[in-house]
Design a protein around this ligand. Structure first.
Ligand SMILES: Nc1nc2c(c(=O)[nH]1)N[C@H]1C(S)=C(S)[C@@H](COP(=O)(O)O)O[C@H]1N2
Ligand SMILES: [Mo]
Length: 194
């Protein structure tokens, strides 16, 4: 007997289900006391750089999203409900240059992660700020985290501050430290040590 009966086809190979929401990251959790200093910068191979203040970000149209989280350390958490801003909504304000093929997500403290531009632009990708009805806690990425449902959760940058469009792929923080450049949970693209 378990509450996940019939959902085994949602669990990728090598993953175990959890009801908890583990906290995993490198470095320290940022605590903000003045949101007027926060912004989100969209830059690199764009016709014109765009910077959202916190106020501007909150004024963007919001939507509900659902996802299953698959962490490379083997826990999966199914059926998360998020409130967030679709990548599409952000990209309505940004004109990409045709050479933009990869994205580097920049978080606080210089943390980064990379992904192909089509994965970033996927209909399912979003910038989340509420999880299961609660405002994101500082530990889970307040005020805004990236969520890329179809890749391992390390691509879902917490404390997102920048979206950079690049001509070529480049490893981010965990990717430089042995994680896979792409990270498809269904293919178990976990680590990629030399
Ligand atoms: N800014 C930032 N985002 C990050 C990380 C990090 O170290 N820094 N770690 C990633 C990893 S490895 C995982 S598994 C998830 C964990 O998210 P959670 O703590 O909300 O479960 O965040 C990802 N996003
Ligand atoms: Mo992770």
């Amino acid at each position: 007997m378990n509450t996940y009966e019939g959902v085994q086809d949602r669990v990728p190979p090598g993953q175990r289900l959890t009801d908890g929401f583990p906290v995993l990251h490198h470095g320290s959790v940022p605590y903000y006391n003045d949101m007027s200093k926060w912004n989100l910068r969209v830059f690199g191979l764009v016709e014109e750089e765009v910077t959202f203040s916190y106020k501007q970000f909150l004024a963007l149209p919001k939507q509900e999203f659902k996802n299953d989280i698959h962490c490379v350390t083997t826990w999966s958490k199914l059926a998360n409900v998020w409130e967030g801003v679709a990548v599409r909504t952000i990209m309505e304000k940004v004109k990409l240059k045709p050479e933009a093929k990869y994205v580097m997500l920049h978080a606080e403290e210089g943390w980064t992660t990379n992904l192909p531009v089509e994965d970033f632009l996927a209909e399912t990708s979003f910038l989340g700020f509420r999880h299961n009805g609660q405002l994101l806690t500082p530990e889970h990425g307040y005020p805004v985290r990236m969520v890329v449902p179809h890749l391992y959760f390390w691509k879902s940058a917490k404390w997102l501050r920048g979206i950079e469009f690049m001509p070529k792929d480049k490893p981010g923080f965990w990717e430089r430290n042995g994680y896979h450049m792409y990270g498809d949970p269904w293919k178990e693209e976990r680590y990629d040590f030399e």
